[in-house]
Design a protein around this ligand. Structure first.
Ligand code: NDP
Length: 326
């Protein structure tokens, strides 16, 4: 059966890298036909139409059709997978409250449109920043959609942490398992290697270098976005798109046996993260659903960092609550 996939901000950098991978079957699998819905703001509809022309010209066998629209209702009508990429970036002189308010104006109507018309199996991934709180806003305007269908992306942070660890230990990424990103997709995120395994051995023990972990690994992963901008002169786009593909693919098709992934999901109170916050956790996916990995022992080093990132999420939640956005 054809799966409807909606991508917002379709004319942007991430959209450009993402759409071709979805159309080629990498999001859901090589046997799943897709229909794309591209949502853009009116000023960018023409550019999105240009991308749609290039998608046509790629003659992807799995791509059954493309609609381009600036109408959220149309974009989400009957949709099965929604990738919310378009967001209002922070511009010079903009306060955090202004940023949250501007994004509330985007994610509130999108949540309402998802609630009104999406398919009953809808799965939502928010990529546009501040992703966790944008997901919280969208979710709070979709009361008829089960809250486990709203997620935000920390898979890029997860993949970045895998890459750093792989380089440091000189092992292929395929040997690294059970790494976790906790908290917010922001500079406070916490990449946790204490439960990770490298070739079957505990990663923290294999590293045996607390200083590198604290002073190099954690800041390198958290500040990787800025380092890419510095090097490329533009923000990461293909790697963000790749992580979005990974996130949805894992959600739908499952985590490998003996491993887990990182996803920002609506907290049920696990690990002391207040219920309702959209926070990153270790999760396993099976039969199209996710579950937070339970009963991991959290040492004090990890506890302090998880609490700091979750504290930031609680502040963002309070700010959008005070603005009447949730
Ligand atoms: P990008 O495609 O580069 O980025 C889109 C969003 O993804 C930004 O919020 C960006 O956050 C976020 N993001 C999350 N993780 C990452 C990451 N690791 N690296 C880079 N970005 C990340 O932005 P463009 O400006 O090229 O395109 C945005 C498009 O969205 C525009 O075409 C615009 O018209 C559209 N838009 C559509 C809306 C809609 O459909 N209703 C609403 C608003 C915008 P950050 O800014 O922090 O990097």
């Amino acid at each position: 059966m054809t799966v409807n996939v909606t991508v917002t901000g379709a004319a942007g950098q991430i959209g450009y890298a993402l759409l071709f991978r979805i159309a080629s079957g990498q999001l859901l699998g090589p046997d799943v036909p897709v229909r794309l819905r591209l949502l853009e703001i009116p000023a960018a509809v023409k550019a999105a139409e240009g991308t749609a022309m290039e998608l046509d010209d790629s003659a992807f066998p799995l791509l059954e059709g493309i609609d381009v629209t600036d109408d959220a209702k149309r974009a989400f009508d009957g949709t099965n997978v929604a990738l919310l990429v378009g967001a209002r970036p922070r511009t010079k002189g903009m306060e955090r409250g202004d940023l949250l308010e501007a994004n509330g104006g985007i994610f509130k109507p999108q949540g309402e449109a998802i609630n009104a018309g999406a398919a009953s199996d809808i799965r939502v991934l928010v990529v546009g920043n501040p992703a966790n709180t944008n997901a919280l806003i969208a979710r709070s305007h979709a009361p008829d959609v089960p809250s486990d269908r709203f997620t935000a992306m920390t898979r890029l942070d997860h993949n970045r942490a895998m890459a750093q660890l792989s380089k440091r230990l000189d092992v292929p990424v395929s040997q690294i398992k059970k790494l976790t990103i906790w908290g917010n997709h922001s500079a406070t995120q916490y990449p946790d290697v204490f439960h990770a395994e490298v070739g079957g051995q505990n990663a923290a023990q294999a590293l045996n270098d607390a200083e590198w972990l604290r002073d190099t690994f954690i800041p390198t992963v958290a500040k990787r976005g800025a380092a890419i901008i510095e090097a490329r002169g533009a923000s990461s786009a293909a790697s963000a798109a790749s992580a979005a593909i990974d996130h949805v693919n894992t959600w739908v098709n499952g985590t490998p046996e003996g491993d887990w992934t990182s996803m920002a999901v609506v907290s049920d109170g696990s690990y002391g993260v207040p219920e309702g916050l959209v926070s990153s956790f270790p999760v396993v996916c099976k039969d199209g659903a996710w579950e937070i990995v339970q009963d991991l022992e959290i040492n004090q080093f990890s506890r302090d960092r998880i609490d700091a990132s979750v504290g930031e999420l609680a502040e963002e939640r309070d700010a959008v609550r005070n603005l009447g956005l949730i």
